[in-house]
Design a protein around this ligand. Structure first.
Ligand SMILES: [Zn+2]
Length: 70
């Protein structure tokens, strides 16, 4: 029937399941196995640098980093 149409709809957009976007400081998408939230090293968790949103964590104050190897 319209299976082709459905595939096109789902595959056309790259939408993350969580709806969150990655920041430069993130090493993986939120919820990725083997990763966890950590304080952003750039802003020390404040989410702001010089009065502006921290570019490393997007103003969130935390980043996602791998915790597997420790
Ligand atoms: Zn930051």
């Amino acid at each position: 029937m319209t299976q082709k149409q459905r595939e096109k709809r789902n595959g056309g957009l790259r939408v993350r399941a969580s709806g969150q976007s990655l920041n430069p400081g993130d090493e993986a998408a939120p919820g990725t196995p083997g990763t966890g939230e950590d304080i952003c090293p750039q802003c020390q968790g404040s989410g702001r640098i010089d009065g502006a949103a921290c570019p490393n964590c997007g103003g969130r104050g935390t980043i996602i980093r791998g915790i597997g190897g420790a």
